[in-house]
Design a protein around this ligand. Structure first.
Ligand code: ATP
Ligand code: MG
Length: 281
């Protein structure tokens, strides 16, 4: 299945999240099939990232946005965590600090974008500045409403500089979220994750949905598309994300550098060393 085609938000398209299922409709017959697919895809993804790293020319930025407990951490642990640590960094964006707030909203973001050959993963992102900020009424509308265009320009700047950007929204239902909150309550090792403000955000589900819909409509571009991933089933979520990352890397087509040494010469040198080793022993 072409997960890119299935989940991409076409530039300018209107998205109605209520009309998009949070559960998958194929292509896997069972969970095991999805696990096998994901494992294979992750292997390919790693190979391609290795090339990206060695090539040292292009970069990849992966943005993760979602309601609480939708699985941002899970995607990082189970999928993106398999990338080679030498070429990847993860950045969580929390409520801005005082210093961050004293700058423009993209200041803290720009510093974390990937350099050539690198991958950056954003756990939350600059989109919080038109999501949480909008819903929680943290700045006037006259301020946040200008940000969509600023974000598009910023992403275009990165794209022009050799960065591919893919943005994932993990789409879960309120019922599944509550189920996951219950799991957190039931498991002592997850108690540290409990947070009353997560329950407050549930009360504003409709407002967040609207804010996300505006984001998808205004900020899904060819250079930086959004993908809406049905995320009630973790096995599907991981399969879809891994496949889209893999597909993106494939399109980037990173190349290993041309061989600059004379292979025969190196082989000859190796044989000499080997013979010497035999002589010495
Ligand atoms: P977890 O899975 O551990 O809950 P999390 O990403 O939800 O991870 P938290 O520390 O619970 O981390 O929450 C971070 C909070 O910071 C979120 O509520 C988010 O909306 C908020 N936040 C992030 N960026 C901004 C911003 N620019 N302005 C206001 N709030 C922000
Ligand atoms: Mg949280």
């Amino acid at each position: 299945m072409d997960f890119v085609k299935k989940h991409i938000v076409e530039p300018g398209a209107t998205v109605r999240l209520r009309k998009i299922a949070t559960v998958p409709d194929g292509p896997f017959d069972d969970k095991q099939e999805a696990y096998d697919f994901t494992a294979e895809t992750i292997t390919k993804m790693r190979e391609l990232q290795y090339r990206l790293y060695v090539e040292g020319k292009q970069s990849l930025l992966i943005v993760l946005q979602a309601p609480d407990a939708a699985g941002k951490d899970g995607v990082i642990r189970k999928v993106l965590g398999h990338l080679n640590a030498q070429g990847v960094r993860t950045f969580p964006f929390k409520v801005p600090t005082e210093i961050e707030r004293s700058h423009d909203f993209l200041w803290r973001i720009h510093k974390c974008t990937p350099g050539a050959g690198q991958v950056s993963i954003f756990n939350r992102s600059h989109y919080e500045d038109v999501l949480a900020v909008r819903v929680e009424d943290l700045v006037p509308k006259s301020v946040w409403s200008k940000r969509y265009e600023m974000i598009n320009n910023f992403e275009l700047l990165l794209a022009e500089n050799g960065t591919r950007i893919i943005k994932f929204y993990l789409h879960i239902s309120p019922a599944e979220q509550l189920e996951r909150f219950k799991e957190r309550l039931d498991r002592p090792e997850k108690h540290w994750k409990l947070n009353l403000s997560d329950y407050d955000a549930r009360q504003k589900w409709g407002k967040y949905r609207e804010a996300y819909e505006t984001v998808f409509e205004k900020c899904s571009s060819k250079a930086a598309p959004w993908f809406v991933i049905p995320a009630d089933k973790k096995w599907y979520r991981n399969a879809a994300v891994s496949s889209i990352v893999c597909q993106t890397l494939k399109e980037m087509d990173p190349q290993l550098p041309k061989v600059e040494v004379d292979l025969d010469e190196v082989r000859e040198r190796y044989e000499t060393e080997l013979a010497q080793l035999d002589d010495d022993s």
